[in-house]
Design a protein. Sequence first.
Lengths: 162, 597
Amino acid sequence: MKVSNVPFKGTREQEVRLNKVIESHKDEKGALMPIMQEAQEIYGYLPYEVQKMISDGTGIPIEKIYGVATFYAQFTMSPKGENEVSVCLGTACYVKGAAAILDALEEELGIKDGECTSDRKFSLDTCRCVGACGLAPVFIVNGEVYGKATPDKVHEIIQKYR
Amino acid sequence: MFHTYVLVCGGTGCDSNHSGEVIETFKSKIKEAGLEDEVQVVATGCQGLCAKGPIVVVHPGAVYYQEITPAKAAVIVDEHIVKGRVVDKYRLTEETADESGSLSINDSNFYKQQVRIALRNCGLINPEDIREYIGTGGYEALGKVLTEMTPDEVIQVILDSGLRGRGGAGFPTGKKWKFASGNRGKVQKYVCCNADEGDPGAFMDRSVLEGDPHSVLEAMAIAGYAIGADQGYIYVRAEYPIAVKRLKIAIKQAEEYGLLGDNIFDSGFNFRIELRLGAGAFVCGEETALMTSIEGNRGEPHPRPPFPAVKGLFQSPTILNNVETYANIPEIINKGAEWFSSMGTETSKGTKVFALGGKVNNTGLVEIPMGTTLREVIEDIGGGVANGKKFKAAQTGGPSGGCIPYTYYDIPIDYENLKSIGCMMGSGGLIVMDEDTCMVDIAKFFLEFTVSESCGKCTACRIGTRRMLEILTKITEGKGEMEDLDKLEYLAKYVQANSLCGLGQTAPNPVLSTLRYFRDEYVAHIKEKRCPAGVCKALLRYEIDPDKCKGCTLCARNCPVNAISGEVKKPHVINTAVCIKCGACMDNCRFGAITRK
């Protein structure tokens, strides 16, 4: 898992929100993952500082939280770009040429899978099947799914977000 | 009263194609026409034919429109809804219509061979309104079991129906329930639903949750009554936001209607359901790993026994079934075990939902009786292999499954038959591959998946799969040797035998099955340094046919690495030592002079 060097800049407001989340899951069995999922929604990622806050708030050891954070693909310890680009590498997309879409995006953005551009405008990830197999190959920008993609279309679509 | 219904598909496929805007257009145009009290617009779940989305069906008449945009929606309102003239040009195209030219939804080739049980309400009802589910007979089964049947009778019906787990392994559902049924009312028990559909290329469960979430809730409550549990958990992928949203709405509505909660149907039976979001780990589809994950831990599996029916979630007896399995239950209760077991084959009863994808014309969701042949699924329902290419193989079971070659095109699909040819039913992903798919590359693709998804607990799986991937990579790069094939087979059997859970035990399957049926492709990569499908980049070679080349220089100008040289109006040549095999020259050549070998 990539750990970012970008310094953590959490706000007071975010901390208040996180504490509310922890409070709302108090005494609930197996609440760690829901808390971490909501924490990632608040901060966009789960840096050490946020994990520490969860640990302090719940009494769960930080090493366990770190273990869970690194186990699941959904959790990330490096920040995302302003625009999150994700390429589906599920089987249906792969068979229909998702590898070429990834190549085109890497070239277009000048970053590799899992990285973020230095101006933090774009980050690029791959995912396993968003379930839009009927439209394969697909890639996603900020939740918007672009189906039946071709390497040619990549440039045009990314331009919209520049 | 409404006299006309406009059903717009709101499944993930169509939603990605902006069906939301289509719905808005329908609503505003119908309002403009002053018909909002007579025509109802319904956002439904997946209607199946994702390739042609967004799909719109207008009732009465079940007129089926495809690839609808907001502009086309406006025309449909003006013409069809207001003037009563069906807009033929937007209807389902000939590919999916039968010979008579009839284009109604139930007559199309795509639908007519399907038997929709698990998908019975998908595409028909508004999944965000419990009244529509109740209107189609929903929660009647729950009422029946709570007021007329004993828990043991419920289990007996499920046993008699022959229903087997639709998540992949095919364990008889009734047996699973029976194991967990002891000590009712004396110990805490749980009912779990596996909605962590991790197989890349499968979206059956997602479609059921999006299109008919109440059927799963109802079935879980029935299961709770049968084994004596009052708490359910649905473990659903966070990557399925629409499914999560609709499940939340469904749970809330069911609670408001008293169909979940305390004293359901005045029977004294209590049942609650909570959602837990998976966080993207394939191994969590394995039952013990899934439960460990619900408990808030790293989703690592643990040895069985003890089985979850004895010691599962939070150390209590637990049953776990898959979404599609649950979706069948209310219908079995309503229509009886005999009805259900009359469909299918000797050992596999009922129907199976497949997510048809890859190189096939009608990509989408299909539900067929067990025993239907692969040929019927691909040729009749799927409309054949896309672009007139030749069928090479169908892949089922995802990273745990295998490939079915053309030799078995007519094999009736059921659990045992697929197993006997080194394949598996799996959860229902069915990916069609054509002559342009390289089977070595596909095996490598699946191993890359298992390598990154192996939880790391067992050495055989953690390291064994990685070594196998290295060998496959070597072969696709043209550096393979014939001994590598023996090593692959040895490692494959070792990983199968020495892994704790299903992920490791089945991870070598894609390699073994491609080695079994497509060994010649492996050999071509190794001996001839050639990729027959033209996929493996390192083995490709671009060449210019001097007879066809006119010397227009277009290829040379487009080559990013200046690997092409030649004089104007004279044949050009590619320097293969410099060529990076990007294919730009071939894409730009207007004379078809460049070939890829």
